[in-house]
Design a binder for this molecule. Structure first.
Ligand SMILES: [Zn+2]
Length: 330
């Protein structure tokens, strides 16, 4: 079956794309960043209202019916697709705009007080991820597009007409820009993602380090040097140990789930029955209520070179600095 890429991930680092395809576990999104994402998408709705207020007529899809039926996912926007030999792509336009009875794709971004002026100055050159996503949308629509970038703090917006080589869109107050990446370059990149994945190989990082901060596969790069020199071995004694490690790791996970599940029932019983100390089936339970523990904020001690810090600084016993993890995808 062909891989289906999201157009919004077309600009991701090639290493991250291969990692996802090889089913490495992404770092989970924190509740804070999910909340922020939700807030940004609300800001995009505000930007769309601004456009409507200025007299633009927009097409809008709240929940994509196609994705909902296919995968059960709730995706917002107007569904578009592209199909290539090795993969498919699915994306969702924020809006479409009517200009002289024709529609054109609209992409809305809401940026912060540092990123907005950066976009104003550099445009897509410093936002290659956005450029790749937009290149896919324009290919899917076969048309130039509108790009609307709102400042989350001030509500001011930058307005662009993207890749309009035949002057099909004429809107006053919009600046004309050309994307620094072509759709063909994206196809080439996703093709190589497919090939790397087939070889079970993680390619080099595509971006400079500052872009890696939010990457959900950044843990794979932390020990990149180690991976570069790691050798594949198959000595029988080691293979047996590796098998034991993987089995034990699985069992430990299962064991933790079982313990958590049972603990929940046992505590609930103690709470609801008010029998706080009991024995059952070889397990004794003693519930002493909800408590908090006091601890010393380590920041207090880490005042650089403070006498107090030095006095409490202790050397641990020697330990083996090693990282062993279960590889996915085999
Ligand atoms: Zn969809």
């Amino acid at each position: 079956m062909k891989t289906v890429y999201r157009m919004s991930e077309a600009g991701e680092c090639i290493r991250a794309l291969v990692a996802r395809k090889l089913e490495y576990e992404p770092i989970p999104e924190s509740p804070d960043s999910l909340e922020a994402l939700e807030h940004y998408s609300r800001c995009e709705d505000i930007a769309a209202w601004q456009m409507t207020d200025k007299g633009h007529v927009l097409q809008h899809e709240a929940v994509c019916p196609i994705c909902r039926e296919r995968t059960g996912e709730f995706r917002n926007g107007i569904h578009v697709e592209l199909s290539e030999a090795l993969f498919d792509q699915v994306g969702h336009l924020d809006r479409r705009i009517y200009i002289d009875e024709e529609t054109f794709p609209v992409e809305i971004k809401s940026l912060g007080r540092f990123t907005w002026p950066k976009f104003q100055k550099e445009q897509f050159d410093d936002f290659m991820g956005y450029a790749a996503q937009e290149a896919c949308y324009l290919k899917a629509e076969g048309k130039p597009g509108i790009y609307w970038v709102m400042n989350r703090d001030t509500g001011r917006s930058l307005k662009y007409i993207v890749n309009d080589f035949e002057n099909r869109i004429n809107l006053p107050g919009f600046e004309r820009v050309t994307l620094p990446i072509t759709y063909e370059q994206i196809v080439e990149k996703l093709n190589s993602v497919e090939i790397y994945a087939q070889e079970n190989e993680l390619p080099e990082v595509e971006y400079e380090e500052d872009k890696c901060r939010y990457c959900r596969f950044r843990y794979l790069c932390a020990d990149m040097k180690e991976e570069e020199v790691s050798q594949e071995l198959n000595a029988p004694g080691l293979l047996e140990a590796a098998k034991l490690y993987r089995e034990g790791n699985d069992q430990r996970k299962q064991g933790e789930d079982k313990v958590d599940f049972a603990k929940d029932i046992l505590i609930k019983y103690a709470k609801s029955s008010e029998i706080s100390k009991y024995r059952v089936g070889g397990v004794s339970v003693s519930y002493r209520g909800q408590k908090t523990k006091e601890y010393l904020d380590s920041a207090l001690l880490k005042v650089e070179n403070s006498e107090l810090y030095q006095r409490y600084l202790k050397q641990s016993r020697p330990y083996e600095d090693v990282s062993i993890r279960v590889l996915k995808g085999d």
